[in-house]
Design a protein around this ligand. Structure first.
Ligand code: 6PG
Length: 238
């Protein structure tokens, strides 16, 4: 698929819900899907370009990936968003991903593209857009869903210039307030999109999404379907 264009905003969002028994089942399925997508991408194009989600949910998936073997030298890693904190700060999404996975596998350092959040949101967003543009379309974007329905650092009710690939954020309701996030256009430019949602605390956000609430995730429209891996507590299944 040469540089697939995101779906039009009026096209129905195609979502495939996959409900796992618990968070461990979700992480195992996410790991399986990521490795499969990587194999396909590397066989077809020689590279696998993946965007990592932040927060806590994906950590178990990253740990499973670290335990496996893959052609890491053919993987290129980007981040969906980053918190504007000093380098090495454990609250940064890239620090979590390195601890759980990236520093435990043989990635060539140049294959990992952290968002330079330590430079402040404006400068980091400007620089990251220059790195993201030539990497599009991604092969797989991994996202989470916050309790308030945010995705990456795109928050409900917050607007951003549609044409920008990367946005500075200064008023994030989830601390820290200052962040950098890939925008809808960049997150939609992907062959696979996987959303991981686990835990009772996400039930309302999942229900709102399913009800058609105007959440940022609804505006992310890759050419193909969104695959949502949720555990029973998040999906509202008893
Ligand atoms: C962040 C993340 C954010 C995260 C959701 C879900 O910086 O916090 O990028 O978008 O994916 O908030 O977070 P949990 O997985 O911790 O619930």
């Amino acid at each position: 698929m040469k540089n697939p264009l995101p779906k039009k905003q009026d096209a129905p969002q195609e979502i495939r819900w996959h409900i796992g028994e618990n968070a461990a089942a979700v992480s195992a399925e996410a790991c399986r899907r990521i490795l499969l997508a990587a194999e396909e991408a590397i066989a077809a194009r020689g590279w696998f370009r993946m965007v990592l989600a932040g927060g806590n949910t994906p950590e178990a998936t990253y740990e499973l990936l670290a335990e496996g073997a893959a052609a890491w030298s053919r993987w290129e890693i980007f981040f969906s968003d980053e918190r504007c904190l000093p380098r090495g700060d454990r609250r940064r999404n890239s620090v979590m991903a390195r601890r759980a996975w990236l520093d435990r596998a043989s990635f060539p350092p140049e294959n990992i593209h952290p968002i330079p959040g330590e430079l402040g949101a404006m400068e980091a967003a400007r620089r990251y857009a220059i790195q993201v543009e030539p990497a599009l379309p991604f092969d797989l974007v991994l996202l989470g869903l916050g309790e308030d329905g945010h995705t990456a650092s795109l928050f409900p009710g917050h607007t951003h210039p549609e044409g920008d690939l990367v946005h500075p954020v200064f008023d994030a309701p989830k601390p820290p307030a200052e962040r950098v996030t890939l925008g809808v256009a960049a997150l939609s430019s992907t062959r696979h999109l996987l959303v991981l949602v686990c835990g009772e605390t996400k039930r309302q956000a999942v229900a709102a999404w399913r009800r058609g609430a105007d959440l940022p995730i609804r505006h992310i429209r890759p050419p193909g379907p969104l695959d949502v891996l949720a555990d029973r507590p998040a999906a509202g299944d008893r």
